[in-house]
Design a protein around this ligand. Structure first.
Ligand SMILES: *Cc1c(COP(=O)(O)O)cnc(C)c1O
Length: 391
């Protein structure tokens, strides 16, 4: 007895790198000349191109986005036993970076409309739960010093940043934006990373909108912050000839080889963003009327990059919950992924002070990111849409 052959449809990944520009050429040049390591012309060029692209005065390239966050906090003077206020919904790297300084994350819930840090809650936390004595802000509930605010721009949408910067100013706190997912996103017409926050940190991991294989950058308009970040990420070297170091530094430099790839990737950012936008508008148009599916929202002050296109699945209306939709898509060789576990529920960061309600938990239960690689074909997107529509 023979069974009908099963037609295995090609795999549609969630989000994979797109390499179709000068990557080969620039990387080959590094290999041909031997300039592969942590010094080289591409590192300088990548930093200049990055600053120009986001509209910041300075950029410091590093090995990954997590390191960029760590260094930003060290430069901001975050010390062991301090608290850093962070978005509850984020990839765990944000909270991990806080721990590297010895500080503890204080987690603020997100708002239900755009799924970003809830600025009203942040204000309430700072005004009602904290007190300031002799210029030091203390969380009354824990007795710990609040040292910085880390808003996280998630999924290619931005936090409502201006009120965060105003609050930070009022309370004397540095703002370190986790913009790992925010490259190319615009807030009130300006690119994320161009604000006058203390620093913004970008990631070039393989799943981000641009990749260097692995990499990151700290961008800032503050010359002192940039200079100190560069110094600390290059082993705090005071004298390059005598090898004199006056404090403990870090080896967080981005190698020239990766910067070469980054330069090539950056040249294509505008094209990628246009493609992402097209993919998003097709999803809006084709899934917007599906009962129980909420398509990705965007605030009127934000022009998102649509880094990871994400929908909400309401089980009672859609008839299937987020996880079972994920499994069903998986059965059709379509990759999808739920949102990260909220940090206050995490085994490693759940001991941080949590301020908020249940928005992040609800999003965790219902949000699903669906395929949106720059290289996603029209046919593949149609397959994803058909599967979700159950046509
Ligand atoms: C990817 C990511 C990071 C970490 O970046 P790496 O380059 O992977 O270290 C940090 N925060 C958020 C929100 C991210 O998505």
């Amino acid at each position: 007895m023979s069974s009908a052959p099963t037609v295995q449809q090609t795999f549609i990944p969630l989000s994979v790198p797109e390499i179709r520009g000068n990557e080969w050429k620039y990387v080959k040049e590094c290999l041909d000349t031997g300039w592969v390591s942590s010094v080289g012309a591409y590192v300088d060029r990548f930093e200049q191109d990055m600053a120009r692209t986001v509209g910041s005065k300075y950029a410091v390239s590093v090995v990954n986005g997590t390191n960029a966050l760590h260094i930003a906090m060290v430069v901001a003077g975050v010390k062991p036993g301090d608290e850093v206020v962070c978005s509850d919904i984020t990839f765990i790297a944000s909270a991990n970076a806080i721990r590297y300084t010895g500080a503890i994350p204080t987690l603020i819930d997100c708002e239900p409309e755009y799924w970003q840090l809830d600025v009203h809650l942040l204000r309430k936390f700072l005004t009602e739960e904290c007190e300031r004595t002799n210029g030091v802000l203390t969380n009354r509930n824990t007795g710990r010093r609040v040292a910085a605010i880390m808003p996280v721009h998630i999924l290619g949408h931005s936090v409502d940043l201006d009120p965060v910067l105003e609050l930070a100013n009022e309370f004397g706190l540095p703002v370190i934006e986790d913009a790992a997912e925010g490259l190319g996103t615009r807030y009130k017409g300006r690119r994320v990373g161009s604000s006058d926050s203390f620093a913004a940190c970008i990631s070039f991991n393989g799943n981000k909108i641009l990749t260097t294989g692995g990499g990151g950058a700290l961008v800032t308009n503050n010359q002192d912050v940039a200079a100190r970040a560069k110094y600390l990420t290059t082993q705090a070297k005071c004298d390059p000839i005598e090898y004199i170091h006056d404090e403990v530094g870090y080896n967080y430099r981005m190698p020239n080889l990766l910067a070469a790839m980054g330069c090539a990737q950056l040249e294509q950012l505008d094209d990628y963003l246009a493609i992402k936008k097209k993919i998003a508008s097709k999803y809006h148009e084709s899934l917007g009327d599906v009962p129980g599916i909420t398509v990705m929202p965007h605030a009127q002050w934000c022009d998102p990059s649509y880094w990871l296109y994400t929908v909400l699945v309401d089980e009672s209306t859609y008839g299937e919950d987020c996880r079972s939709l994920m499994r069903r898509l998986g059965g059709q060789n379509i990759q999808s992924r739920p949102l990260w576990e909220p940090m206050h529920m995490s085994k490693v960061h759940g001991d941080g002070y949590y301020y908020g309600g249940t928005v992040s938990e609800r999003l965790y239960k219902t949000a699903l990111s669906i395929p949106c690689s720059v290289g996603l074909t029209v046919e593949d997107q149609a397959r994803v849409i058909k599967a979700i529509r159950r046509d």
